[in-house]
Design a protein around this ligand. Structure first.
Ligand code: AMP
Length: 479
């Protein structure tokens, strides 16, 4: 059932906020904004289950600004009226920027504090007193412990991306922060997923909260065209580089497992003439900011990032997200691909999956409750020591024919139909790396209960993958 969206103008928001929204070109609230803003304006606690890209920042920033404006007070030195905790520096900066944009006509004091930079400027900002403070947990605790910040009078507390806080080991610091605040405060709690530990934390923090869930738990954004390419680890960089022959890959975020890996992939792409930068925890704050700015301005076509560094990257028009390696934590998949298809746009997510990542792929499918469309890169040889999963094995018995006869195509008709669908989905994959129709079919077709015997009219093919065939034959079948 679709709920009617309450227009911004009917929410009773401060006119200064409506003016800022008009300047920003926000005409209609997103579902989370429509559901959350009226209750948060009344001072209620909120539990918001929402993915990134749903407009959740404005869903808490607008009613907070409205409430602070309705009860204006001069900021008391070393205090803040509202505190927003974010898992990463980038996200903290973006949230603070959003507060400044939406509150442009209200004249509030907004500051952002995070680690990796000097204390002096932050101490000066805190000394004057703030209306809104956006912070990462570690540096915030440092300030609290050094008594440069007193949280005992903070009226509104927001915990954003709570599940990411858990991944980063921030749950204990969060509890320490909370213990410094008065119990008479409003709490807003946002998370894309609700692992047990986070559910427990929400239970401790929230009092009779209003619950808003804009998509079912951990469901990936529907507009994102998702696909998987099965490819050996050693061939991933070449495949990625080839993908950029497609002009549709205008602004692409690539996720790697390690910082070193991010540097290597970026350097490889650069060497191949693709403008690429890397962003990860070993880069200084200014290097990160420069790379992000260049990516935003379109000077870099690719930004290669680790999960932690990429959190909070809010860049419009990301056309593709490539998971160069699958994340260890399946929920991170949701966050990664949520960097594309933001604010109503479409986007594609392509995941490279090496044989030893099959379990991670299954975990992602389990958590996101979907079956991802998979194909095998034509550059990929069957692996000698790899036993393909049953869904590939069963279909592979319907042989990938060496001679593509009409009959063979008829035999594989339902699977080929699926393959066509996948080919559309992975249109960004270059020809050399495209999956052979039969391999696509093998990957895509549901495993038959009994293997289909090959047609007598089709030349008996070599069973795959026991007898590995050279990669050029795979290409031959993909014509
Ligand atoms: P968020 O989920 O808060 O990171 O927001 C995702 C993107 O949507 C940001 O770039 C916002 O500027 C944009 N956005 C948020 N709310 C609206 C709205 N009501 N209308 C248009 N764009 C919006």
């Amino acid at each position: 059932m679709t709920k009617t969206l309450i227009p911004f103008a009917d929410m009773g928001l401060n006119p200064a906020l409506l003016q800022a929204l008009t300047s920003e070109g926000y005409h209609t609230p997103t579902p989370i904004q429509s559901q959350a803003i009226p209750d948060v304006m009344k001072g209620k606690d909120l539990l918001g289950i929402a993915q990134t890209g749903t407009g959740k920042t404005a869903a808490f920033a607008l009613p907070i600004l409205h409430r602070l404006a309705a009860d204006r007070k001069a900021p008391v030195p070393r205090t803040t009226r509202a505190l927003i905790l974010s898992p990463t520096r980038e996200l903290a900066s973006q949230i603070a920027d959003s507060f400044k944009v939406y509150g442009a006509h209200l004249g509030f004091r907004v500051a952002v504090i995070f680690g990796g930079v000097k204390y002096g400027g932050q101490e000066r900002a805190l000394q004057q007193g703030l209306d809104i403070l956006v912070a990462t947990p570690g540096r915030l605790l440092d300030h609290v412990q050094q008594k440069t910040l007193d949280l005992s009078t903070t009226e509104i507390f927001v915990l954003d991306e709570a599940d990411q806080m858990l991944d980063l080991g921030f749950v204990k610091p969060i509890r320490q922060v909370v213990s410094r605040m008065t119990a008479r405060r409003q709490n807003l709690f946002f998370s894309a997923t609700m692992p047990t530990e986070i559910g427990k934390l929400a239970g401790e923090l929230l009092k009779d909260p209003v619950k808003v869930q804009v998509t079912p738990q951990a469901t990936t954004v529907e507009r994102i065209n998702q696909s998987v390419i099965i490819v050996e680890q050693g061939r991933k960089r070449a495949l990625l580089s080839e993908m950029f022959a497609d002009p549709a890959m205008t602004r692409c975020l690539v996720f790697t497992k390690t910082k070193h890996g991010a540097d290597k992939v970026a350097a490889y792409l650069e060497a191949g003439g693709v403008e690429a930068g890397a962003i990860h925890g070993n880069k200084s704050q200014s290097q990160r900011e420069r790379a992000l700015e260049a990516f935003k301005k379109g000077k870099l076509r690719v930004l290669v990032a680790t999960d932690i560094a990429a959190r909070g990257i809010d860049v419009d028009g990301v056309s593709h997200v490539v998971n160069f390696e699958l994340p260890f934590v399946p929920e991170a998949y949701v966050h990664r691909i949520g960097r594309t298809a933001r604010a109503g746009a479409d986007g594609s997510a392509v995941s490279f999956c090496a044989p030893d990542e099959m379990k991670l792929l299954r975990d992602i499918e389990r958590v996101t409750r979907q079956k991802l469309k998979a194909g095998i890169a034509a550059t990929t040889r069957p692996w000698r020591r790899w036993t393909p999963p049953s869904w590939l094995r069963a279909s592979a018995r319907r042989p990938p024919c060496r001679t593509t006869s009409v009959r063979a195509a008829t035999d594989a008709a339902p699977a080929v139909a699926a393959a066509t669908a996948i080919r559309t989905a992975t249109a960004c994959v270059p020809k050399a790396a495209r999956v052979s129709p039969t391999a696509f079919a093998a990957a895509a077709s549901p495993a038959p209960s009994r293997p289909t015997a090959p047609s007598r009219r089709v030349r008996p093919s070599i069973p795959w993958p026991a007898n590995a065939r050279p990669s050029h034959r795979w290409k031959a079948t993909s014509r």
